[in-house]
Write a protein that binds this ligand. Structure first.
Ligand code: UT7
Length: 325
């Protein structure tokens, strides 16, 4: 590509979030199953999670987060060229959550589709939207991570049900950023050989009573530690940057111990790491945009700050995104 025709980065111009009304604490769970607040907090950092009520569908939560992001950006739905939603818990097999959100926002133009990459879904969707914008196929896109993992859980399985929560986070990406701002790089990886260490045991046409999430937590933990360290290093190397250039780590919120491990590797202080896992638990594809929304809206993350995002999830899938806000 010649200098004049070089593609421009996309930048984040709006951020929004939605958390379900109902909060369930560890102590409340301990009244129903053989667990304790002490065990959950020590192993994961989680104190509570938001759980979607029947009227809080993924489309509902995603639309709320999208509306919040539009207000934050000072834009209307008519200003968007499309909607990309990362989710593993769509309300229906099809239509996608994205086109339902498109309809809820009264958008009668553009396109919408869902991305399935489990807990790495937001990084995958962000990367996809950035590529659409850099290639000139779209000027402004809504990217949403939304999950209702509570509907995928076996509430009698203490090894999984204490770990997850529901919610939605959204960003609006627009083109025209310079080489040094916006989405500087995204790195995506997957390895299907490890598909059986974190999966849902149901599918279309199978006679399962209810598809539920199954996880070999120890194995996933082991992969998370190595892959996330590699993904972080790869993102920095790609841009010729070092750990000291990073102002903020906005990680996927699966486990405080995994987050601390990545932060240690980057030599970041705890005041440079956005943590929501204590209050949200693991909201899968929604966790990064929810954390980003919190830290931007409370003023911690400011314009021009360099942010590193990373995630690992079922697939296995993993990846990172380096963003200058
Ligand atoms: O977002 C997708 C990616 N997911 C992740 O990154 C999750 C990665 N994994 C983890 O975060 C951790 O492996 C867990 C938090 C899931 C589990 O922590 P752990 O330190 O690996 O515990 P463990 O699975 O080795 O279990 C230790 C013990 C077991 O008892 P025994 O066999 O030692 O007697 C479990 O049965 O803790 C028991 N246990 C519980 N006890 C009380 C498991 N779940 C619970 C529970 N309450 N909820």
């Amino acid at each position: 590509m010649t200098e004049g025709a070089r593609a421009r980065n996309a930048r984040i111009c709006g951020i929004g979030a939605y958390l379900p009304r109902t909060i369930i604490t560890n102590d409340e769970l301990a009244q129903r199953i053989e667990t304790s607040d002490e065990w959950i907090r020590a192993r994961t950092g989680i104190r509570q999670r938001h759980i979607a009520s029947e009227d809080e569908s993924c489309v509902f939560m995603a639309t709320k987060a999208a509306e919040d992001a539009l207000v934050h950006a000072g834009l209307k739905a008519g200003d968007l060229d499309g909607v990309i939603v990362a989710t593993s818990t769509p309300d229906q097999v099809f239509p996608s959550v994205a086109v339902r959100v498109q309809a809820a926002l009264a958008m009668d133009h553009g396109f919408g589709f869902d991305v399935s990459a489990a807990c790495s879904g937001f990084i995958y969707a962000l990367s996809t939207a950035n590529a659409f914008i850099r290639s000139g196929q779209a000027g402004r896109l809504l990217v949403i991570g939304v999950e209702a993992f509570s509907r995928l859980l076996d509430w009698n399985d203490r090894t999984t049900c204490v770990l997850f929560g529901d919610g939605a986070g959204a960003v609006i990406l627009e083109g025209g950023a310079s080489e040094k701002e916006g989405i500087l790089s995204t790195k995506l990886h997957s390895d299907g050989q490890f598909g059986d260490i974190l999966y849902v045991d149901g599918a279309v046409g199978k006679q399962a009573d209810k598809a539920v999430l199954k996880m070999n937590g120890r194995e996933v933990f082991r992969h998370a530690v190595t892959h996330l360290a590699d993904a972080v290093e790869e993102a920095l190397r790609d841009q010729g940057l070092s750990e000291s250039d990073i102002q903020w780590l906005v990680p996927h919120q699966a486990n405080q111990r995994i987050i601390d491990g990545v932060a240690r590797k980057l030599k970041l202080g705890s005041d440079q790491v956005v943590v929501t896992v204590d209050r949200h638990a693991n909201t899968s594809a929604a966790s990064i945009p929810l954390a980003l929304a919190e830290a931007v809206k409370d003023g911690r993350i400011k314009k021009n700050d360099l942010i590193l995002m990373e995630a690992l999830g079922g697939g296995l899938t993993w990846g990172s995104a380096l963003v200058r806000l």
